[in-house]
Each structure stands twice: as structure tokens, then as C-alpha cells.
Design a protein around this ligand. Structure first.
Ligand SMILES: NC(=O)C1=CN([C@@H]2O[C@H](COP(=O)(O)OP(=O)(O)OC[C@H]3O[C@@H](n4cnc5c(N)ncnc54)[C@H](OP(=O)(O)O)[C@@H]3O)[C@@H](O)[C@H]2O)C=CC1
Ligand SMILES: O=C(O)[C@@H]1CCC=N1
Length: 432
């Protein structure tokens, strides 16, 4: 259900967001030992809310992507600062996220701050940021193993929420779990739930379960990737070609993967005139359908006054993001209420949103068909090799590598391979 919100400035430099609906509609604080799924759909957060990431790594990227693609917050309301790797700046810039110079500016310029650095550096980062946290801000930590008590001590801040997401956030199939500090309000929990609902599902539970949650849903995707890879190896051992074995193991289709890759990389926005017209290139078929549905719902929120397909343009090749279409595409004419220059960020955001809707729509169908876990959806929807996806989950010296070590000691991969070969052999016996 849509809720109306008023925004009040109770605290200096920060926004306090107060729902105007009955508090009975808001999620209750969890009882100790309870665990509950927050089923709320991805609902936009109020205009003016600012989200910042300290640590522009993989998890921050997928959360920022999900939040902006789902329309929960515009990318212009999201900021981060780059530590060492310039590549990370490019990734976040391409999402439309603002890049600031220092972590302190991120804290200063955000209402919700997500701590997304490795646990090993969390203490130093928070001690440095300590003077910049003011009362109205919400600090959310996704760092594995770092307790609320320590977060509070290092940051000097008490309005805290711990969240354990997982990497299927990239395809909006994350399983996230949160727990609130005593000082965090129900409304804080509601805002954070909306953020993480944008990348999957959110559960609330007591902090005492967090280590187990980390071992299961945080690290778990890596075990699934390992299993997919091992099953594929078993197929190869039984005589299947590698590609077919991998596709069968992850219950996917190569054509779908190729389609996903095309959608992801071939958005473009091309100004047509300075009078407020532009052309958005897009792919045809069901993509067009998804984008039309999106347009009806969201046009008013952006500055777009009109959008319709005009013609097929097989050679359409001028893009802001990437050069060159390779195949026939549907071309869209878009009229905006602003000048082209002013509208360009909106169009960029819109293009991202169109792709997001499409990608999640297609993946949703695939998920329903195959009934796979979030991790297997990653193999289906990103087209990445399970080994690479496993590496994305596995932090150096972190929780996942400890779990994988145990699996390898137990011969996990070998056992799965043996199972496939044994079943293939039995199938051969049946035909004799
Ligand atoms: N990967 C996963 O599956 C999951 C991870 N988590 C948690 O999420 C957090 C991030 O993990 P992940 O995204 O995988 O790791 P990444 O290594 O991809 O991201 C960490 C980022 O923090 C940056 N960084 C390091 N030091 C600082 C600093 N002093 N100030 C600002 N930024 C800094 C790094 O930049 P640079 O590389 O340039 O130093 C890097 O971009 C971890 O705490 C992890 O426990 C939680 C759930 C799942
Ligand atoms: O391996 C790690 O430590 C992180 C935390 C959960 C998943 N990856």
C-alpha cells in the first residue's frame, strides 16, 4: 500500500522521516528470538532521503544498483567515496551515483549510511568517522561478524542496524536479514527494509542469530556455485560437453544468458534536439512490453512527458554509455519537460530503470520456471561462471572461505561428481 510521508528537519543537517499513516501499519520491532520476513514491496523512499556507502565494493554496487533500478531512490540521492581503485569510481558513476572525495563527506551528506568495507578495516574507518555522525543519521553495517556493541563503540553512534545481505542482490534475489539496535526506531527499520527489499527479501531477527545467518545465507551462495560447478564436472566426467553440462547444472539456457548480457549493456540515450526531445534506443519484443508498462507507471516521477516507439533501427549506434548496437533495435522517442542538457541525467536513470525492470522480469520468469535459489538465478542471469561468482562471495580471511575449506576437506565436489557419474552408469545399465 502506498504511504504518504512528511519530512521534518528535527535534527541539524539531517532529515527525520515520519510516516503519516498509523504506526500500526509499520513493522513491529522483533521479539527476542523471533524471525519474520518483511514482505513489503519495493516502495520508493521519500524525496530528499540521501543514501551513502562507505566502501565502494561489490556489495555496495549491487545494493546501489538495485535501489536505483527499482526506483526506491534516484541514483542522484546516492553517494560514495572511492578508496584506491579508480575502476570502482567508473562503476558507480555509470550508475549515476555521486562520487565524493572523502568518507567524511559521505557521512555528512547522507541520512542512511551503509558501512560496506571489509570487517577487518571497519574499526579504523568508524573511529575516523566518529565525529561526523549526528543524531538523525542511521548507520547500517553489512560487515560480517561485527556486532552492534562494537559498531556503537567505534562510531560513537547508537542509531544502528545490522544487515546481512548476499550477492544474489545483483539480480534482486538477495536474502537479507536485519537486526536493530535499541535506539533504532521502527521507522528506521522500515526505511532500511525498503532499501533491501529493492534487492530481494528481508527478514528481521535477533542479533544472536547473526553468525548463523552469515554462515547460511551470507556465505551460502558460494556453496551453491561450488555445487553447480561440481555437478557440471560430473556431467563432463560422464561424457557431456562442458557448456551443456554447465547449463544443465544451473538449469539455464544459453540464449537467455546472451539475451541478459545484451540487455544489460546496450542501453543508450541520444539527444535529438535541444528543444527537449531525445531518443532512447531499446531492444524489441518483450523488452519493449516491459518498458511500456514501466513508462505508464513512472513517467510522472521523472521529467518525461511522452515516450513511444518510432521505428526499427538496425544500425543505431550513437550511445552515451557504450558504442554500437549490433542488431535491430526498437527506437523510442522521448519528450522531456526540461532542456536536453538538464534532462540527460533523468534519461540515463530512466534507461537504467527500463533495463532493471526487464532484467528482473525475465529472471523472475526463469526463477518461477526452474524454482531455483537466488544463487542459481545469478548463474542464469549474469552469465558469469560459477567459479567467478563463488570468488565474489569469498572474502579473504572471511566466513565463506572457512565454509568452503570444510566442504573441500569432506570431498564435497568429488562426492557430487561421483553422484552424477553413478547415476549415468545406472541409466546405462537400465538400457541393457
Ligand atoms: N561479498 C559477499 O558475499 C558479502 C559481503 N558482506 C560484507 O560486505 C562488506 C563488503 O564486502 P565486499 O563488497 O564483498 O568487499 P569488497 O572488497 O568488494 O569491497 C570493500 C570496499 O571497501 C573499500 N575500502 C577499503 N578500505 C576503505 C576505507 N578505509 N575507506 C573507504 N573504502 C574502503 C575497498 O576499496 P579498495 O579495494 O580500493 O581498497 C573496496 O572497494 C564486508 O564487510 C563483507 O563482510 C556481507 C554479505 C555478503
Ligand atoms: O566471506 C565473507 O566473509 C563474506 C561475508 C558473507 C559472505 N561473504
Amino acid at each position: 500500500m502506498a504511504q504518504a510521508f512528511r519530512v521534518s528537519r528535527q535534527f541539524k543537517k539531517t532529515l527525520t522521516l515520519v510516516p503519516t499513516t498509523s504506526s500500526s501499519l509499520l513493522p513491529r520491532r522483533p521479539q527476542v528470538g523471533s524471525s519474520r520476513q518483511m514482505a513489503a514491496p519495493a516502495t520508493p523512499l521519500p524525496d530528499g532521503l540521501r543514501l551513502g556507502f562507505i566502501g565502494a565494493g561489490k556489495m555496495a554496487e549491487s545494493i546501489a544498483r538495485g535501489v536505483s533500478e527499482s526506483g526506491v531512490l534516484p541514483p542522484s540521492s546516492i553517494c560514495t567515496a572511492i578508496h584506491h581503485s579508480a575502476d570502482r569510481g567508473e562503476v558507480f558513476r555509470s550508475l549515476g551515483v555521486r562520487i565524493l572525495e572523502k568518507n567524511s563527506q559521505v557521512v555528512d551528506g547522507s541520512d542512511i549510511i551503509v558501512l560496506s568495507v571489509k570487517p577487518q578495516v571497519a574499526k579504523n574507518v568508524l573511529l575516523e568517522m566518529n565525529p561526523f555522525f549526528s543524531e538523525g543519521k542511521i548507520l547500517v553495517s553489512i560487515a560480517a561478524g561485527i556486532r552492534l556493541k562494537d559498531l556503537q563503540e567505534w562510531s560513537g553512534h547508537s542509531r544502528l542496524i545490522r544487515v546481512m545481505p548476499n550477492t544474489p542482490s545483483t539480480v534482486r534475489h538477495a536474502a537479507s536479514v536485519m537486526c536493530l539496535s535499541e535506539q533504532a526506531t521502527e521507522t528506521d527499520g522500515e526505511w532500511v527494509t525498503r532499501l533491501f527489499n529493492a534487492i530481494g527479501k528481508m527478514w528481521t531477527t535477533d542479533e544472536k542469530y547473526f553468525d548463523a545467518v552469515t554462515g547460511l545465507s551470507g556465505s551460502g551462495p558460494a556453496y551453491v556455485y561450488l555445487a553447480i560447478e561440481a555437478l557440471a564436472d560430473g556431467g563432463v566426467a560422464a561424457g557431456l560437453p562442458r557448456d551443456l553440462a554447465l547449463n544443465l547444472a544451473s538449469q539455464t539456457h544459453r540464449s537467455l544468458q546472451q539475451q541478459q548480457r545484451r540487455h544489460r549493456f546496450h542501453a543508450s540515450v541520444k539527444p535529438e534536439s535541444s528543444s527537449g526531445d531525445a531518443v532512447v534506443g531499446h531492444t524489441a519484443g518483450r523488452v519493449g512490453l516491459a518498458s511500456r508498462q514501466w513508462t505508464n507507471r513512472e513517467m510522472q516521477r521523472t521529467n518525461i512527458v511522452d515516450m513511444f516507439p518510432v521505428r526499427r533501427a538496425p544500425t543505431f549506434s550513437t550511445t552515451l554509455e557504450r558504442p554500437a548496437w549490433t542488431e535491430g533495435k526498437e527506437q523510442w522517442r522521448v519528450r522531456t519537460s526540461k532542456s536536453m542538457r538538464a534532462a540527460r541525467p533523468t534519461l540515463r536513470q530512466m534507461t537504467t530503470l527500463l533495463l532493471g525492470v526487464t532484467i528482473s522480469g525475465v529472471c523472475e520468469r526463469e526463477r518461477e520456471r526452474a524454482e531455483v535459489l537466488g544463487a542459481a538465478s545469478m548463474v542464469n542471469c549474469t552469465g558469469k561462471h560459477p567459479g567467478q561468482l563463488k570468488d565474489d562471495v569469498t572474502s579473504p580471511g572471511g566466513t565463506t572461505i572457512a565454509g568452503i575449506h570444510e566442504l573441500e576437506k569432506g570431498g564435497f565436489r568429488g562426492i557430487l561428481m561421483n553422484a552424477v557419474v553413478a547415476a549415468a552408469n545406472r541409466s546405462r545399465e537400465l538400457s541393457m
